[in-house]
Design a protein around this ligand. Structure first.
Ligand code: IPE
Ligand code: IPE
Ligand code: MG
Length: 242
């Protein structure tokens, strides 16, 4: 089965650059080509959602020249890719705590979201200044604010949580890929990945291309997703996901 939503933790840019004696930023720049390649693959194969973890809440703690280099790269990529998004019918979205992101980056993001908003092909989501704990906390805080006076009868439940998360409307990832050999999710979509299939590869992000994505999808397609049921139940066609 082809995954509806593929998400990628794009890791290993710094190590890739170091290996060839270059600055970390050079690795981040090279990673842009991998993004292009994966988007092309997703468009060619009718993937509905491709999401990319580009910059975490914790990444704000990196040296300031790396952070500002990454922000400039974000603007450059949006400017360069917007015509490609239009040509390929890609809808662009960015998710994360934008209150921490420089204004010029946010305005380019909003502009691109607006320009590509009626495209109907691949939805490309960039997670920027994002963390899974941030997402859950902002959801709970908004829920409390909007329902003041209705407690304790009002309860949070899974459907309500889904509505308040920043990913509302986006299906939960079927497949999460992490490059560079690290086997952790580094505070990524904690709630949304409850039943996501994980695929880890040693390939560093700037080396990741269509064939690597194809391999990840091929491995995914052989997995049996059981959602707590037994293998026999799944084979009988009892729906796994609730
Ligand atoms: C991923 O590559 C990009 C970001 C986290 C912004 P890294 O910059 O983490 O590269 P390594 O892990 O140091 O090699
Ligand atoms: C995770 O990579 C975040 C992104 C890829 C954006 P990190 O390089 O920040 O993760 P850790 O620190 O190795 O867990
Ligand atoms: Mg890293």
């Amino acid at each position: 089965m082809i995954p509806k939503h593929i998400t990628i933790i794009m890791d290993g840019n710094g190590r890739w650059a170091k290996k060839i004696g270059k600055e970390r930023l050079f690795g981040h720049q090279a990673g842009a080509e991998s993004v292009r390649s994966c988007c092309e693959y997703a468009v060619e194969h009718g993937i509905e959602y491709l999401s990319l973890f580009a910059f975490s809440e914790e990444n704000w703690g990196r040296p300031s020249d790396e952070v500002s280099g990454l922000m400039s790269l974000m603007i450059k990529s949006i400017i360069e890719e917007q015509p490609v998004f239009m040509k390929n019918n890609i809808r662009f979205r960015a998710i994360g705590d934008m209150s921490r992101v420089p204004e010029d980056v946010v305005s380019h993001i909003r502009e691109c979201e607006k320009a590509t908003g009626s495209n109907t092909g691949l939805t490309l989501i960039v997670f920027l200044s994002y963390s899974g704990k941030w997402d859950i906390l902002q959801a709970v805080n908004r829920f409390v604010e909007e329902n003041a006076g209705k407690f304790p009868e009002m309860k949070m439940d899974a459907d309500t949580m889904n509505r308040y998360l920043s990913t509302y409307g986006i299906p939960e990832p079927d497949l999460l890929i992490r490059t560079s050999g690290e086997m952790r999710i580094s505070n990524y979509m904690l709630w949304q990945c409850a039943y996501t299939e994980f695929y880890f590869t040693d390939v560093l992000w700037p080396d990741f291309r269509k064939e690597n994505l194809a391999e990840a999808i091929s491995v995914f397609s052989k997995r049996e997703r059981r959602y707590g049921k037994t293998g026999d139940q799944i084979k009988c066609g009892i729906s796994g996901s609730n």
